[in-house]
Design a protein around this ligand. Structure first.
Ligand SMILES: [Zn+2]
Ligand SMILES: [Zn+2]
Length: 367
């Protein structure tokens, strides 16, 4: 008898990046799976994160076509035999991937996973395989590649959510919002009454602003170059905002606090803001860099810097917490979502690049 393979193949639609800067093109692909430890998720909606756009803008096309997207939400359609926490029909939000085996993962710190790069940016499973290989495309971005009708996730990056909630609103919790809020609430654990400045009030920065209000920080100073985003920062909890194109941020911060600030959250990646984020710190203060860079080894008077990944959040604990805060009206991030049909993905990216849309969310299928 011929060898019987139980590998299933699913026809999916995915937005494929074939050359630097795009455009992404929605194509029919074949996806194998799910394996025993995987869940096949039908994607209902996906946020678009700044990291997706950075990949579009910097992708080396000689590395072959890829599927991006890492803020997916959807319905578990098939569940591998060894998966315990998710059942068929469950509604899920997807977050970042981690290996589950290294020292950091085993001690409850998956954001510090020793295999973080491979698990999230390797465009393959950790064993090197790729479920989209029949189509000559690579996926598994952040353990998902959610610019697609279907993805494969694992228990490490899946968060079960209540069915009564709108998945289009939940989708973007998986990366940017978790990162901004987790930085303030987990990594920095900003105490009540501390002063904080948030550099850049895009989706990540605004999540940090809302979290700073939840923590009781005061003042909460938002710095950006887009007046519309600064208005929103004020509505969401900033006590002061600085338009860095019109005013000098250092002088204004000194006016507001009489000195510097206890915490800075730096989300811009701009070299001047990098310097300023440390220059404006009070002694014993901490700057959190969210753009993948690190600060100098030491700073005077016990100032410190942290390079933070995913707000040190354990998605299965933190995303439910963010959902509860949202339900309670304390984390009203739905104010800056804008919805697009999947077919408008390139427009959504363009609007986000220009800063016209703070957080685009793609509608991919009906709940
Ligand atoms: Zn790990
Ligand atoms: Zn992201």
């Amino acid at each position: 008898m011929a060898h019987h393979s139980d590998t299933q193949v699913h026809k999916i639609q995915a937005a494929v990046l074939r050359r630097r800067s795009g455009p992404l093109k929605i194509e029919s692909l074949e996806m194998e799976g799910p394996r025993d430890d995987e869940v096949l998720v039908r994607i209902v909606a996906s946020g678009i994160c700044h990291t997706d756009i950075s990949f579009v803008d910097s992708w080396d096309e000689t590395d072959g076509p890829i599927v991006l997207g890492h803020e997916g939400a959807g319905v578990a359609e098939q569940v591998g035999k060894s998966v315990k926490s998710v059942r068929r029909g469950d509604h899920v939000v997807l977050s970042y991937q981690s290996c589950g085996r290294c020292r950091k993962c085993r001690s409850g710190h998956p954001a510090d996973c020793e295999n973080f790069y491979e698990a999230n940016f390797g465009f393959a499973r950790l064993d090197g395989s790729n479920a989209l290989q029949r189509s000559g495309v690579r996926g598994h971005f952040f353990g998902q590649s959610s610019f697609a009708t279907h993805v494969l996730a694992t228990e490490r990056d899946i968060v079960k959510v209540p069915k009564k909630l709108n998945m289009e609103v939940l989708a973007p919790l998986g990366c940017g919002l978790q990162t901004g809020a987790g930085t303030v609430l987990n990594s920095l654990a900003v105490p009540k009454g501390a002063s904080i400045a948030i550099f850049g009030t895009g989706a990540v920065g605004l999540a940090a602003v809302m979290a700073a209000r939840i923590a009781g920080a005061n003042p909460i100073i938002g710095v950006d170059i887009k007046p519309r985003r600064l208005e929103l920062a004020l509505e969401l909890g900033a006590t002061h905002v600085i338009d860095n194109r019109r005013d000098k941020a250092d002088a204004r911060i000194t006016d507001i606090t009489g000195s510097g600030v206890d915490y800075v959250v730096e989300t811009t990646g701009d070299s001047k803001m990098y310097r300023l984020s440390m220059d404006m710190l009070n002694p014993h203060g901490t700057t959190a860099f969210l753009t993948g860079i690190s600060g100098p080894d030491s700073l005077p008077e016990r100032r410190t810097t942290l390079s933070i990944i995913q707000g040190d959040a354990v998605p299965q604990l933190f995303i439910p917490k963010l959902i509860a805060l949202h339900q309670a009206g304390q984390f009203p991030y739905d104010r800056f979502l804008k919805f697009y049909d999947f077919s408008e993905i390139n427009k959504a990216i363009a609007d986000s690049r220009r800063g016209d849309t703070i957080k685009p969310v793609l509608r991919i299928s009906e709940t």
